[in-house]
Design a protein around this ligand. Structure first.
Ligand SMILES: Nc1nc2c(c(=O)[nH]1)N=C([C@H](O)[C@H](O)COP(=O)(O)OP(=O)(O)OP(=O)(O)O)CN2
Ligand SMILES: [Zn+2]
Length: 126
């Protein structure tokens, strides 16, 4: 049996995908209101019955606000800022900076650029 929780954050940012053909609309600079959703799991609950306290995820919100909100994502990521690469970037940051101090593991990060599309990075089982 595994328990899961999720939390979402939003931020606004600009990006372009320069390796797309020049006539592709996403090769030009444009912006999105992004949604970041993280899903965490635990086999055992910690008192009073949490996978982890949602408040423990505050550092991720601070990272999103300081590093991603109102930024040009091509200047933030080493790779082209697709939703897939952004999901991996956030998962890597979370696993390095938050996961070691909480009783839960990161399952996945989901990114939505628009209400009708999303991409996920699913963390491999260790
Ligand atoms: N697999 C991916 N495909 C695309 C990505 C991506 O990150 N991963 N990104 C883009 C562009 O960033 C684009 O801005 C978003 O694409 P799209 O969903 O086509 O956006 P629209 O709002 O224009 O959607 P419509 O439903 O066509 O109005 C492209 N592809
Ligand atoms: Zn885009």
């Amino acid at each position: 049996m595994t328990y899961r929780i999720g939390k979402s954050f939003t931020f606004d940012a600009a990006h372009c995908l320069p390796s797309l053909p020049p006539d592709h609309k996403c090769s030009r600079l444009h912006g999105h209101t992004y949604t970041v959703e993280v899903v965490l799991s635990a086999v055992y609950l910690t008192p009073p019955g949490f996978v982890t306290d949602f408040a423990e995820l505050r550092p991720l919100k601070q990272y999103v606000d300081s590093a991603l909100d109102h930024q040009h994502l091509n200047k933030v990521l080493d790779s082209e800022p697709t939703s897939e690469n952004l999901a991996r970037h956030i998962a890597d940051w979370f696993r390095e900076n938050v996961e070691p101090s909480i009783p839960a593991r990161l399952e996945l990060v989901r990114i939505s650029e628009t209400p009708s599309s999303w991409a996920e990075y699913v963390v491999p089982q260790s």
